[in-house]
Design a protein around this ligand. Sequence first.
Ligand code: CP3
Length: 340
Amino acid sequence: MDPFLAACRGLPHERTPVWFMRQAGRSLPEYRSIRGTGSILDAIADPGLAAEITLQPVRRYDTDAAILFSDIVVPVHAIGFGVDVVPGVGPVIERPFERTADLDRLRPLDPEADTPYVLETVRALASELTVPLIGFAGAPFTVASYLIEGGPSRTYARTKALMLGDPNLWFALLDRLVDLAVASLRSQVDAGAGALQLFDSWAGALAPPVYERYVLPASRSVFDRIADLGVPGIHFGVGTGEILHLMAAAGSDVLGVDWRVPLDEARRRIGPDTVLQGNLDPAVCLAPIEAVDTAVGDVLRRNGDHPGYVFNLGHGVLPETDPAVLEHVVDLVHAHRPGG
Ligand code: CP3
C-alpha cells in the first residue's frame, strides 16, 4: 500500500512518509521563475501553471504526497465575496463580514461552474502524479476570521466579538462556510484527490471552552460530510496544544500538530493510537545542518515505532528556506524505518 495513505490509516508501510506544508512556493527558485508577479489567485486559475507548481516540490524533494497549489480563500473568492491575496500579507477582504445581510454574499459553491480551473488542475495531476494528491479547504473558523477581520489579525478581536456578541449570526456564518468547505473538498476528491486536509490554522487563538462551543461543531460537520468519500482526512492548526483533544474529536483520521507539542506528549494528551502529522519547527531549517539532523532525529524518536505517522513541518515552509535543507530532511526521514 502507498506509504502516505497507509500511515494515515495507522497501517504498516515501507518508509516513513513525508511532505511539507507550503512545499510549493517562494522557497523554490523554479516557483519564482514561473509564478510571475500577478495575484496568486490568477496563478491558481491557470491549470497548466497550478499543476506545474504542484509538481515542482514533488520532483525536487521526492515527497510522498503532493499538495494542490491553491489557497483557502479560493471558494469565497469564486463566489464573489471580494477577496485578494496580497504578497507578503495574505488574504485581504474588500468589504468585511459584519452583519446578517452579509450572509447573502455567501451563496453555495457550485464547483464545476465556480472553480472549474481547480478541478481541471486536480484531474491533470491525478493522471500525472505517482504519489497521492492532498486536496484541502480552510476550516470554517479560520476562513471566518479572514472574512470578519478583513485580513490577517493578531488578536482576532472582531471575530471573537461577533462570535460572543451575536451567536446566531456566528453560527449562520459557520453553516455557510461548512457548506463551502464540504462542496470544495468533495469536488476535489471527485476529480482525483487522494486525501484531504482541513486547515484551521488560527484555531489556537481560542480557549478550549470557546473552541468547543463555537467552532468544533462546524469542523466536525465538515469531517462528517466527507467521511463517505473514503479518503483520509487531516485536521491541522497552529498553537493548538490546549485544544488538541477537542480537535481530535472532530473526526479526522490524522491530527496535525505544530512544533510546540512534542509528538509523544500529543499522544499522551489524546491517546496512544492517534495518527499524527508533524512537527519539525520550520525555523530549524534555517539553522546549521547539524541542528537540523538533531531536530529531525528528535521528532522521529518521539514518534517511536508508531505506524500512524506522517512527517511534516509544524507549519509551512518559511520563504527563506534553502531547498537543499528540505531535500536533506526528506533523505533523513526516508532513511528511517517505520517501526524501527
Ligand atoms: O504548498 C502548499 O502548501 C500548497 C498551496 C497552499 C497555499 N496556501 C499557497 C500560497 C496552501 C495549502 C495554502 C493554504 C493557506 N492559505 C492557509 C493555511 C495554511 C497555513 O499556512 O496555515 C492560509 C492561512 C492561507 C492564507 C494565505 N495565503 C496566507 C497567510 C498567505 C501568505 C501571504 C504571504 O505572502 O506571506 C497566502 C498566500 C500564499 N498562498 C502563497 C502561497 C504559495 C504565497 C504568496 C504568492 O506566491 O503569491
